[in-house]
Design a protein around this ligand. Structure first.
Ligand code: NAP
Length: 298
């Protein structure tokens, strides 16, 4: 199967790339240079916002499945740069969806727990998204584009992603925290924000499964545990051997430039547990899986 993936240089894209077996002919679309050298991975470095070049590249590749993982995923950046966020997160999605429709390709779109405003968590796939921030609103716009397709589509709403990059770098909160802990600096984490973290390895596996199976519709890719971010980070720090003083509860409303964050956007994953062969994990098992995967890759 020929899989075209955008955002290949990112945190989530890296997990998909690292785990895509020989049954996949992967075409990685990225602004950056190739990050993997494997026979089944073809790298396309281009400016994806030059839509004419993007469209001719996608048509030349001729994918069976498009996994649109790219987005500006920085919530504060999106709030402060709304035109840019709209162009990347909405207009680019519209182009990718149109290319999928033109070819009859399966379209897998990554959305976010921030699609919800956090007032009525935990959320199921049947709940109506209303976001608390601009990033979330761009992702909901993407959901609407994907779910209007006549060709098979998936909207995978993803919880906060826990882990370290398997390929490349990108938006890993744990990488940022580890860099601080290594310097002996404490990290501030809001205890008021409730999430259902998913580990990056399980997420990559689930996305590959959704790329290759017949499921259509909304699905929540989240972990089995619902907890506040401070407890989450304390558990990770303890497992990695960092002292608990390096995790400090903070009040996010004090932080200048911080976009509104939803309070409880935990996602119920019963549909994923029913539909997917990939087991969804809790925090401890997810973290062990990430550590073991990185050990076996090094
Ligand atoms: N990480 C999370 O906790 C989380 C949670 C919920 C949902 N998600 C969703 O998961 C998807 C992947 O996120 P991620 O965590 O992997 O984020 P990431 O590490 O920031 O990767 C996103 C990728 O999108 C592309 N991109 C970003 N800004 C761009 C721009 N201005 N112009 C062109 N391309 C741009 C880049 O791909 P290249 O580097 O290849 O050019 C980038 O690496 C996104 O759709 C995000 O909304 C993430």
């Amino acid at each position: 199967m020929r899989l075209l993936m955008t955002g290949a240089g990112g945190f989530v894209g890296g997990s998909v790339l690292a785990q895509a077996g020989p049954e996949w002919e992967v075409h990685a679309v990225s602004r950056g240079p190739a990050l993997v050298a494997r026979a089944n991975v073809h790298w396309h470095s281009l400016d994806p916002l030059d839509f004419a070049s993007l469209e001719s590249a996608v048509r030349a590749i001729g994918p069976d499945v498009i996994l649109h993982a790219a987005a500006i995923a920085d919530i504060d950046f999106c709030e402060a740069h709304q035109n840019e966020a709209r162009r990347v997160n909405v207009e680019w999605t519209r182009r990718m969806a149109a290319l999928a429709a033109e070819r009859g390709a399966r379209f897998v779109y990554l959305s976010t727990d921030n699609a919800f405003d956090g007032e009525h968590g935990p959320y199921s796939e049947e709940d109506t998204p209303v976001s608390a921030n601009f990033y979330g609103r761009t992702k909901v716009a993407g959901e609407e584009i994907a779910s209007a397709l006549d060709t098979p589509w998936v909207v995978a709403r993803v919880s906060i992603v826990m882990g370290l990059p398997l390929v490349g770098a990108g938006n890993s909160f744990l990488s940022r925290m580890l860099a601080k802990w290594e310097r002996g600096e404490a990290v501030g984490v809001p205890p008021v924000e409730i999430r259902s973290p998913v580990d990056v390895v399980t997420l990559g596996r689930a996305l590959l499964e959704l790329a290759g199976n017949a499921f259509t519709g909304f699905i929540h890719l989240s972990g089995n545990d619902i907890l506040n971010r401070c407890d989450l980070v304390r558990r990770i720090a303890a497992r990695l051997g960092y002292p608990e003083e390096l995790v400090v509860p903070n009040d996010p409303t004090d932080l200048p430039g911080r976009a509104p964050r939803p309070r409880d956007v935990s996602l119920l994953n019963s549909k994923a547990r029913r539909v997917l062969d990939t087991p969804m994990l809790g925090v401890d098992d997810g973290l062990e899986l990430v550590l073991a995967t990185r050990r076996s890759a090094s």
